[in-house]
Design a protein around this ligand. Structure first.
Ligand code: SF4
Ligand code: SF4
Ligand code: SF4
Length: 245
């Protein structure tokens, strides 16, 4: 019998689930290896019997918590899918403003109709077994994680910074061009996607483990920045880490 997997979403743009839907040629192999029993973005059928749950999105409301806990209870393996779920992601931008103001800005006179609390990653609420980082996730990394889980192995996710991949790609460092980049403190795995296309790394894959000791400090030091200063310039994805530290 094939392992049953399910997809769930909380506060998100659903772009990470879309990456899975967009697997195209690899989808046939995926469907040969697993039964997808719940996937709102792609399937009408729905079953609550699954062994592996992929959860997209961050937690932003009280009523999200029991729903997430129920998924955790059912799933033998729970995987956070994408930056919103793994690190809080873009939703955490609201944590820098008073919640009342945010609600009024978005919902106007109907602000009181909608509950909200500070946005957070799913592991702030339940135990998470594995993470697929990125905004959005990379299809190849998603498939690599699924393959490892089916083989009973721990998925290997890089713990070194984006700079390593950027240097391997032979890029000229953006700091040399007078720009700033979060590559020295951001977890690799995207192949230095943004710097390779002349954009700065905004940290969508989250910080490397223990960035204070592992960061390529010499790069930041050379350009007169501390790790904290670099991170505070890029609140797009790292808001939760910044507020929680
Ligand atoms: S991580 Fe990015 S692409 Fe994925 S759901 Fe969140 S905002 Fe969308
Ligand atoms: S700081 Fe950015 S541009 Fe420079 S090497 Fe690192 S990832 Fe590449
Ligand atoms: S370079 Fe940085 S922002 Fe761009 S995809 Fe990689 S981790 Fe995300």
């Amino acid at each position: 019998m094939k392992p049953k997997i399910a997809f769930f979403d909380f506060a998100s743009c659903e772009g990470c689930q879309l990456q899975v839907v967009n697997l195209e040629s690899e989808m046939v192999d995926l469907l040969a290896a697993v039964d997808i029993v719940q996937f709102r973005e792609a399937l009408a059928e729905k079953s609550d019997e699954y062994a592996i749950a992929f959860v997209e999105g961050s937690i932003t409301r009280e009523k999200d918590i029991p729903r997430l806990q129920k998924i955790r209870q059912q799933a033998a393996i729970l995987v956070a899918l994408g930056s919103c779920a793994c690190i809080g992601g873009v939703n955490c931008l609201k944590n820098f403003h008073p919640l009342e103001e945010v609600r009024k800005y978005v919902y106007g006179e109907k602000a009181n109709w909608y509950e909200t609390f500070s946005a957070r990653p799913i592991d702030a609420m339940v135990a998470v077994d594995h993470y697929v980082y990125g905004c959005p996730v990379h299809k190849d990394e998603f498939l690599k994680v699924v393959k490892s889980l089916l083989l009973g192995k721990k998925p290997e996710i890089p713990t070194y910074p984006v700079c390593v991949e950027c240097k391997r790609a032979g890029n000229v460092c953006l700091f040399e061009m007078g720009l700033t980049c979060l590559g020295p403190v951001t977890r690799a795995g995207c192949g230095a996607w943004c710097p390779t296309n002349r954009g700065n790394c905004a940290g969508c894959r989250g910080l490397v483990p223990d960035p204070n000791t592992n960061a390529e400090k010499e790069v930041l030091k050379k350009y007169g920045l501390t790790m904290e200063q670099a991170v505070s310039q890029f609140r797009i994805f790292l808001g939760y880490a910044e507020v929680a530290k």
